[in-house]
Design a protein around this ligand. Structure first.
Ligand code: AMP
Length: 577
């Protein structure tokens, strides 16, 4: 562990990627395979390999209490140290005064102690196990053990850099390492195979999630065609990404964070259960208005994310909820079929395969009409049909475009259908999990922005630990009273944040240490993806993914937007459907 902590310290000490990679590669080579393999997982920022569904499940506050007990420091001393560093591990390093036994904690032992924390039930048991671990650490070891427990090493390593270091350490190609890791979802095992010259043995594990292909945003259709012109275009649906694995009567559905979410969507299971072949599909789960529950959606069409939200994170779903918020799976890619990993085929071919697969899934359910009536122009279903047989799987309708004008036209149609925007995909490219290249692009338009008043502020983390950079903001109620609608990390420049910090310090109403209520005088323009109903804020609404666009010093707080305006935008999202 001490060597590992020293390595982390050295890696954190340089900003040069090449240098970091060299340090890690040297460390891997010098360590026994088991230690190097464990370190590869830790350096990727995890406790367990990616494919595993285990989590440490220990809150920052538990670790905080353990540090406090072991160092015997007051809450104030702890808070001050935390604020100086913006990181509990670094704060603990400064305060550490525990008797160190001097015994050497090997990395595999550390893994075992972390596992003990994971399996402990209840906060008291967790606290006890965290203390047991930390008592065996020197100050430097504690620093990194704590960082790992709170889930953030902050040494500028990413899994992709660990992959590169493995390739360098064992003289393998980066591509081979990356591919093995993608298939296995286990960087530790990947290291082992590389060390033993067995990378070619890595194979996909059905029922364990693969990485998802990601898409950077483009601001215009002109920018999109600057990357490629033979584009396959689909609507960008506002649901949740879902990777479905099925075969031999089994079905597992994974979210973008690679967590299993099958239980939340029981009505999707039968769609895939009878699949005659093993499949891995990529797609989006959407809430779907059938016309039976909401007159605005008489034709049946996608509902905004706020509707789907009621279905998320549930272990059990009542029949009532399934009726109230029906869902569909919009399939847009295939990663495994025909006993073959299809990610190495161009999208053009995958796309044809997918069309065939979805039709055959539909046929096995004796409901050919399920997809046939979904048209690109409306992506709507015949209400009569919906009443009897609701479509659960839809192949995402596909359009093709070669020019910016064509893309703009399709974009407008997608918005009119109530979808977020477009996904623009290069027909010639392979499926590259976990990478945000330029093979897929997303194009979306922000909803209106809101001018909000800052009511509370908090110290940030990391390099923003010493400045008040997280803002809670409000809109005006009927009588001008302020009602919070969201909270965002500042999108302002460092200079603006520094200036605002001074201002907020001088205009604090109540100081809670880490956070403060402030005089409601600062107006911000805030952008967001959409608006949801929420009990969290007194306004009854919450902005989804709020982003601070700019300060509005030109606007007095009594001209900030109102709850009524928020409600109008919220309703317009529904009308757009
Ligand atoms: P964002 O969440 O804004 O980064 O946009 C990417 C997300 O859009 C993906 O992760 C999917 O969940 C979602 N999405 C919606 N429709 C599609 C589609 N047709 N193709 C790919 N991703 C889509």
């Amino acid at each position: 562990m001490l060597r590992f902590a020293q390595l982390c310290e050295a890696v954190a000490g340089t900003t040069k990627k090449l240098e970091k990679r060299k340090l890690v590669a040297e460390y891997f080579r010098a360590q026994p395979e088991q230690t190097a393999s464990q370190a590869a997982i830790f350096l990727s920022g995890d406790i367990y390999p990616a494919f595993s569904e285990r989590t440490l499940n220990v809150g920052g506050s538990t670790v905080w209490r353990a540090v406090q007990q072991l160092t015997g420091r007051s809450e104030q001393e702890m808070s001050e140290a935390y604020r100086r560093h913006g990181d509990l591990g670094a704060a603990a390093y400064e305060l550490w005064s525990c008797e160190f036994s001097g015994s050497v904690l090997a990395l595999p032992d550390l893994a075992k102690l972390l596992d003990d924390i994971a399996t402990a039930r209840g906060p008291a048991a967790k606290l006890e196990r965290v203390s047991v671990l930390l008592r065996q650490c020197s100050a430097l070891e504690a620093k990194y053990a704590i960082k790992m427990m709170v889930g953030d090493l902050r040494i500028g390593m990413r899994e992709s850099l660990v992959e590169e270091a493995i390739a360098a350490a064992y003289d393998k190609s980066e591509l081979a390492v990356r591919r093995a890791n993608m298939l296995l979802g286990d960087i530790g095992e990947t290291l082992r195979l590389a060390a033993e010259d067995r990378l070619h043995e890595a194979s996909m594990r059905l029922f364990h999630p693969l990485g998802f292909m990601l898409a950077p945003e483009v601001k215009s259709s002109e920018e999109a065609v600057s990357y490629f012109t033979d584009a396959q275009i689909e609507d960008k649906y506002d649901g949740i990404r879902a990777q479905v694995h099925c075969g031999e009567g089994r079905v597992r559905i994974f979210s973008r964070t690679q967590d299993e979410i099958s239980e939340s969507f029981p009505e999707l299971i039968p769609v895939f259960q009878d699949s005659p072949e093993a499949l891995v599909l990529d797609g989006e789960i959407l809430a779907w208005g059938t016309g039976t529950t909401d007159s605005k959606n008489a034709n049946g069409s996608a509902l905004p994310f706020s509707a789907l939200q009621r279905r998320l994170g549930r272990k059990r779903v009542s029949d009532k909820l399934m009726r109230e918020v029906p869902i569909v799976y919009i399939a847009f890619d295939v990663l495994f079929a025909n006993n073959e990993l299809t990610i190495d085929r161009p999208l053009r071919e995958r796309s044809e395969m997918l069309t065939r697969i979805v039709s055959s899934l539909v046929e096995t359910q004796h409901a050919a009409s399920f997809v046939s009536c979904a048209t690109q122009s409306s992506l709507a279903f015949d209400p009569e049909e919906i009443a009897t047989s609701f479509p659960r799987i839809v192949r995402a309708p596909v359009a093709q475009a070669h020019t910016a004008d064509e893309i703009d036209q399709i974009f407008m149609e997608a918005r009119a259908r109530g979808n977020e925007g477009l996904m623009i995909k290069n027909r010639e490219t392979l499926y590259t999990p976990g990478r945000r290249g330029h093979a897929w692009l997303k194009m979306k338009r922000e909803l209106a922005t809101l001018d909000c008043v800052v009511t509370a502020v908090e110290f940030g983390n990391g390099k923003r630990a010493g400045v008040l950079s997280d803002y809670t903001f409000a809109v005006r109620g009927e009588n001008g009273e302020l009602m919070n609608v969201g909270k965002a990390y500042s999108g302002l420049t460092d200079a603006e944040i520094a200036e605002m910090t001074q201002w907020f310090k001088g205009h604090t109403l109540t100081d809670f240490g880490h956070s403060r209520l402030v005089e409601p005088k600062i107006v911000l323009e805030v952008a967001f993806n959409n608006i949801m109903r929420s009990d969290r804020h007194e306004s009854g609404f919450a902005l989804r993914f709020p982003r601070i666009v700019r300060l509005r010093p030109d606007k007095p707080p009594d001209e900030a937007d109102t709850v009524k305006r928020v409600e109008e935008i919220y309703l317009s999202q529904h009308r757009a459907q």
